[in-house]
Write a protein that binds this ligand. Structure first.
Ligand SMILES: Nc1ncnc2c1ncn2[C@@H]1O[C@H](COP(=O)(O)OP(=O)(O)OP(=O)(O)O)[C@@H](O)[C@H]1O
Length: 313
């Protein structure tokens, strides 16, 4: 069989950035990962979601070669992350919650030191600071940076050697909403440059806004892997329409075709439906369309459905 690589004109898909086949890992009695298989495509923004203790960190640690799986095979950029391979390490960037800093140095000096460790010139430090929008803090001591600025510096540290594949562990943890949004822009620009990003997060809105595909893991197993939009659709999470309770009765709402469930919450009649457009038109005819608020299903709804049923099932 000829491969896409040996025949450049062939329209076959490019080799995946990461491929896991049947990966399992236990810590004593705890089965942290149980027969996980997945691929991360080149150039995609790939999210790893799941409840606390689901196995997300273990999954990422295995991908970056910090841990060895008990079973299964792992391929990263066509190589094997275990045993540690320095050529491969130069092509990946890793940002963890406990990213280490030279805290007595300034942000610029810290990055210049990291650049030297990679055998890069000082210009690489300035470039990385620019990339995460931190150039104006080059002369600030790492100790004196805010939490958000430290997160950016950790990202700059992971990016300085221009890796093809970037692993981020909760990159926006503990950031205020504005800092989160501006870090999203930095991450989007990396994605726009064609880099592959693998990112764990507890923020479902973040995954929905940034990720091309997300893997949902719970108790060490892969529950779902798809685009956020497809997950929302396939899990058929209902949309919700809200109408002030003094404008529409529960009985009226229940009588409409396509309505799944009606409840009253905080003075609003809440209509759940999988036929949002049809029901919206019908409710609009009864109370006036401007009275109706709509809440479409989100990745969070799909996630809660999936992980909730797994936990209770
Ligand atoms: N070094 C270790 N020794 C023993 N058990 C561990 C170790 N690391 C993780 N575990 C256990 O393995 C399971 C998976 O942990 P892991 O850290 O991979 O989950 P996670 O999804 O990253 O969790 P969180 O969202 O809380 O960070 C958990 O039950 C955890 O307690």
């Amino acid at each position: 069989m000829s491969s896409a690589r040996s025949t450049p004109d062939a329209a076959g898909p490019p080799a995946p950035a990461v491929r896991l086949d049947g990966v399992s890992k236990s810590y004593g009695e705890v089965r942290a990962l149980d027969d996980v298989s997945l691929t991360v495509r080149q150039g995609e923004f790939f999210g790893v979601l799941g409840p606390n203790g689901a196995g997300k960190s273990t999954l990422v640690e295995i991908m970056v070669g910090m841990r060895r799986p008990d079973a299964g095979t792992v391929s990263v950029l066509g190589g094997s992350p275990w045993p540690r391979d320095t050529a491969l390490l130069r092509r990946i960037g890793v940002q963890t919650q406990s990213s280490a800093f030279f805290t007595r140095l300034t942000a610029g000096e810290h990055l210049a030191t990291v650049a030297a460790l990679y055998g890069l010139d000082r210009a690489a430090a300035g470039r990385a600071l620019e990339q995460v929008d931190l150039a104006d803090r080059a002369r600030t001591r790492v100790d004196d940076l805010s939490g958000g600025q430290r997160q950016r510096l950790a990202l700059a540290t992971a990016l300085i050697h221009r890796p093809d594949l970037i692993f981020l562990d909760e990159p926006t943890a503990a950031l205020d909403p504005q800092a989160r949004r501006s870090l999203w822009e930095v991450l989007r620009s990396l994605r726009g440059e064609g880099r592959t990003i693998v990112c764990t997060t507890h923020h479902l809105d973040e995954a929905e806004a940034l990720c091309d595909r997300v893997a949902i893991v719970a108790r060490g197993a892969l529950l779902a892997l798809d685009s956020p939009g497809s997950l929302v659709r396939s899990l058929a999470a209902p949309a919700r329409l809200l109408v002030p309770a003094d404008r529409l009765s529960v009985a009226q709402a229940e009588g409409l075709d396509g309505v799944d469930r009606v409840t009253v919450e905080g003075g609003e009649v809440v209509i759940e439906t999988r036929a949002a457009n049809r029901v919206l038109v019908a409710v609009g005819e009864l109370v006036g369309i401007e009275t109706v608020q709509t809440r479409t299903a989100t990745l969070e709804d799909a996630y809660l459905r999936l992980t909730g049923s797994e936990q209770h099932g």
